[in-house]
Design a protein around this ligand. Structure first.
Ligand SMILES: NC(=O)c1ccc[n+]([C@@H]2O[C@H](COP(=O)([O-])OP(=O)(O)OC[C@H]3O[C@@H](n4cnc5c(N)ncnc54)[C@H](OP(=O)(O)O)[C@@H]3O)[C@@H](O)[C@H]2O)c1
Length: 312
């Protein structure tokens, strides 16, 4: 539905914006702001376990060195995330030092047992996959991984065989598959249709709404949890609305910022279990968490948001 509301030229310009480099520095706030409303949770369909609707992505943002200058803002991001009720933190061996940063900062804060650790396998071959996943466990500081996904479907059948055995043995709790591009949705759908998958992670936002056509309904029908990556189209959505005030009608959905409006558009879809915005900025973390509380748009509300934003 919504993809037809956003013009092809807008989507092209979003694509160009995605490629643009980000500037700016992160200012570390003096004190944590309280999260005013409790973060909502949704059940993971395969078990019913509740999962908070806002998670934390770590691509680029957590790929840092050990210096205190680099660590301090991210330690505050992680501290606020957990204090605000967040649990799912998403990484991958593809993300440089991200897994190790998560393990180190969670250890320093003593919050490792409050996190829902999710990472991925991203290599070819059974044995290389097993070796890579063993390194991920060590880097993230866990003996059991909550969720292990096959990153971008790379050698998916080989790794799913390992993951199904590991789930039976209790080495992982859930397994899944990921992608970030609509061009792979056909293959993603065929993996979901073959069954026995707990989670699918895919890109979905008001700028990249294609998953709504087939994959989100499919995941819902099959009882598969959906993690939404690139909820801000890798930051392009902010460049799209740069210089524009948040419209007054955003308050109808309890959204006080562009980030909250973009996230509520995603969370308003009934197939979505959680979204995983990435940030290295503690203020943005609070902003994002706030989207997971209070009212959400229903399908008619989501269509209205899409139409109104397409007219910007
Ligand atoms: N194939 C896969 O499995 C796959 C593919 C892509 C992504 N992912 C996962 O999904 C996560 C999210 O995707 P992403 O990192 O590509 O992009 P994203 O979350 O859509 O966007 C991140 C960008 O948004 C900015 N931002 C975040 N919160 C903001 C706020 N409240 N206000 C203003 N700007 C804000 C961030 O900058 P600041 O740091 O300045 O806040 C950053 O530039 C990844 O980190 C990764 O964990 C997985």
């Amino acid at each position: 539905m919504n993809d037809r509301k956003i013009s092809a030229s807008r989507r092209r310009s979003l694509g160009i914006l995605v490629a643009a480099a980000l500037g700016g520095t992160v200012r570390l706030p003096q004190a944590a702001d309280p999260v005013r409303r409790p973060l909502a949770s949704r059940p993971i369909p395969s078990t019913g376990e509740p999962l908070p609707v806002i998670g934390l992505g770590t691509y680029r943002s957590f790929d840092i060195g050990d210096s205190e200058a680099e660590s301090a803002p991210l330690r505050e991001v992680l501290r606020r995330f957990v204090a605000g009720g967040g649990r799912l933190i998403d990484s991958s061996p593809m993300y440089g030092r991200s897994e190790a940063t998560i393990g180190r900062l969670a250890g320093e804060l003593g919050v490792g047992d409050r996190l829902f650790h999710a990472t991925k396998v991203w290599t070819r071959g059974r044995d290389d996959g097993i070796d890579q996943m063993a390194r991920s466990f060590a880097r993230m500081g866990v003996e059991r991984m909550d969720l292990m996904e096959v990153h971008n479907l790379l050698d998916v059948d080989t790794h799913l065989e390992t993951l199904r055995a590991w789930r039976r043995e209790g080495r992982i709790r859930y397994l899944g598959v990921t992608h970030y591009h609509a061009g792979a949705y056909g293959e993603l759908a065929s993996v979901l249709e073959r069954g026995n998958i707990d989670f699918v992670q895919l890109n979905f936002s008001i700028g990249e709404p294609e998953a709504e056509r087939h994959l989100l309904p499919l995941a819902r029908d099959r009882g598969i949890a959906v993690i939404v990556n690139r909820p801000f189209a890798k930051g392009a959505l902010f460049r799209w609305v740069r210089g524009r005030a948040v419209p007054p009608w955003a308050a109808d959905y309890g959204a006080a910022s562009w980030a909250q409006l973009f996230l509520k558009f995603i969370l308003g879809h009934p197939a979505v279990t959680c979204a995983i915005p990435a940030t290295g900025n503690p203020e943005h973390l609070l902003d994002n968490l706030a989207a997971g509380a209070g009212p959400l748009p229903d399908q008619a509300g989501r269509r209205l948001i899409s139409t109104r934003l397409a007219d910007l």
